[in-house]
Design a protein around this ligand. Structure first.
Ligand SMILES: NC(=O)c1ccc[n+]([C@@H]2O[C@H](COP(=O)([O-])OP(=O)(O)OC[C@H]3O[C@@H](n4cnc5c(N)ncnc54)[C@H](O)[C@@H]3O)[C@@H](O)[C@H]2O)c1
Length: 431
């Protein structure tokens, strides 16, 4: 194993493949994956089959969740990759560092302020590194917006108007499974908006200070469907006649990876991946509005809706020397469902700069091969390859991870209390 960095991965579900496929292909010579850890043996076995059959890699050892420490002792990894359910991230991040490993974790770093504080304290105590994989930062159009603002194209940013749209395929998916319980995901203001709030922090080079929010469940859920006159309900889609005509139904038996990862695995832990989005028991919001004041006094107005006809975003940055408008239509798909049939049709990206006293102009952005407009390969090289000096400092650490979730955590508290929330009251940073 000489010279190779050793990795183990916790949470071998849909997202895990992004990391294990990179190690098994492009970074095979410099990196080695030696084990999976999960609560579900069937999902680990599926990932192992995929490693072997799709990537021609060796199978790796598997450990159940209660054997995490045994795994670290036996495998002696340099880094632990955390791609489990959000609610569990902090446990693995903290224990991995205590046992002498660095950590690469998926977003959101965690789901509430107590767990966030525990992670910040553990980094301080152990001196280990936590890397949060914010792939959005690396998308060329996102990096371009940072470059324009950094280089003063619109002077100082004074306000940002940011509307993110999740559509009825991808947006609906959060209401079918564990995300629909706020305890698991922090709701979409943490789980999803962590990307968006991280981008704003990155773009304007500042940090959130005060947050106020409203949020509600106005489309998904049984009560909302009943109000619209719906009378045919079901608990899960697969094999249910009532789901046949429902455009929100997910038929897992019709898709190889959904079947292998979830349907064939549910006998072990009761993880039902295809619950009706119009069922009871959803306690996250689908309609959210947030106001944030930043340390540099810029004001953000942000909205997120999860049931819209297209997916992507519109953003405007107003500054002391002009305005930037970005309109981005994104791909959308069901995570691990693989069906990207609806891509294409409306796909477009535009960045327009309106200088205060000059003619507006369009900024061209070169898309490269790979996910997120070519951003994913750059992120993976940053993690597993030999990263070069990055003038944009896109590699995100535990502080970036924390700042990006604290806006959503504060927004959740504001929704509960009706009060504005100061970020400094939530956690104490060590630096
Ligand atoms: N950056 C991105 O674009 C992106 C995209 C998708 C998912 N993600 C993140 O990846 C993570 C996983 O999401 P997913 O869609 O793969 O979910 P998933 O449900 O497909 O997989 C989660 C896995 O965690 C396992 N798990 C549950 N409890 C556990 C525990 N206590 N210990 C160990 N494993 C446990 C489950 O059995 C499952 O295999 C989430 O944090 C999500 O936010 C990020």
């Amino acid at each position: 194993m000489s010279g190779k960095k050793k990795y183990v991965l916790v949470g071998s579900g849909g997202r895990a493949e992004f990391f294990y496929s990179a190690i098994a292909t492009e970074y095979r010579d410099t990196s080695e994956l030696t084990a999976f850890c999960d609560t579900n043996q069937t999902r680990m076995d599926y990932a192992n089959r995929r490693l072997k059959e799709k990537y021609d890699y060796h199978e790796v050892n598997t450990y159940k969740a209660h054997e995490f420490e045994k795994m670290i002792a036996e495998e002696k990894p340099d880094s632990v990759i955390v791609t489990s359910v959000d609610r569990t991230h902090h446990t693995y991040i903290i224990r991995a560092m205590e046992l002498g490993c660095d950590v690469i974790t998926e977003k959101p770093m965690t789901v509430d302020e107590e767990k966030c504080q525990d992670i910040l304290d553990a980094v301080e105590r152990t001196g280990r590194n936590v890397r949060v994989t914010f792939n959005y930062r690396y998308a060329p159009h996102h990096t371009k917006a940072r470059e324009l603002i950094r280089d003063g194209a619109i002077g100082e940013v004074t306000s940002v108007h940011f509307e993110w749209l999740l559509n009825t395929r991808h947006g609906a998916d959060y209401f079918r499974r564990w995300h629909r319980d706020k305890r698991n995901s922090g709701g979409l203001l943490v789980h999803k908006s962590t990307h968006h709030f991280d981008l704003v922090n990155f773009w304007i080079g500042s940090q959130p200070d005060t947050v106020f929010a409203f949020g509600d469940l106005l489309f998904y859920g049984k009560e909302n469907a009943e109000k619209r006159g719906e009378t045919r309900f079901y608990t899960r889609s697969t094999g249910n006649p009532n789901a046949q005509e429902d455009p929100f139904a997910l038929h897992m038996d019709q898709h190889e990876s959904l079947k292998g990862l979830y349907l064939d695995a549910e006998h072990e832990d009761g993880y039902i991946r295809d619950q009706s989005v119009f069922g009871d028991g959803i306690n996250i919001e689908d309609t959210m509005g947030v106001m944030v004041r930043y340390k540099n006094k810029a004001i953000l107005t942000y909205s997120l809706n999860a049931y819209l006809p297209w997916e992507g975003y519109r953003i405007a940055f107003n500054g002391t020397k002009g305005r930037i408008e970005m309109n981005i239509v994104e791909q959308s798909y069901v995570n691990s469902g693989g069906d990207k049939a609806l891509e294409g049709a409306l796909k477009n990206k535009s960045i327009r700069v309106f200088p205060m006293f000059d003619a507006p102009y369009e900024v061209e952005v070169e898309e490269k091969a790979g996910g997120h407009g070519g951003g994913d390969p750059v992120l993976l090289n940053d993690i597993f390859g030999t990263p070069t000096e990055d003038e944009f400092n896109r590699a995100a650490d535990h502080v970036d991870g924390a700042r990006s979730i604290l806006t959503g955590i504060a927004a959740n508290r504001s929704i509960r209390t009706g009060q504005s929330v100061s970020i400094d009251e939530l956690v104490k940073f060590h630096k």
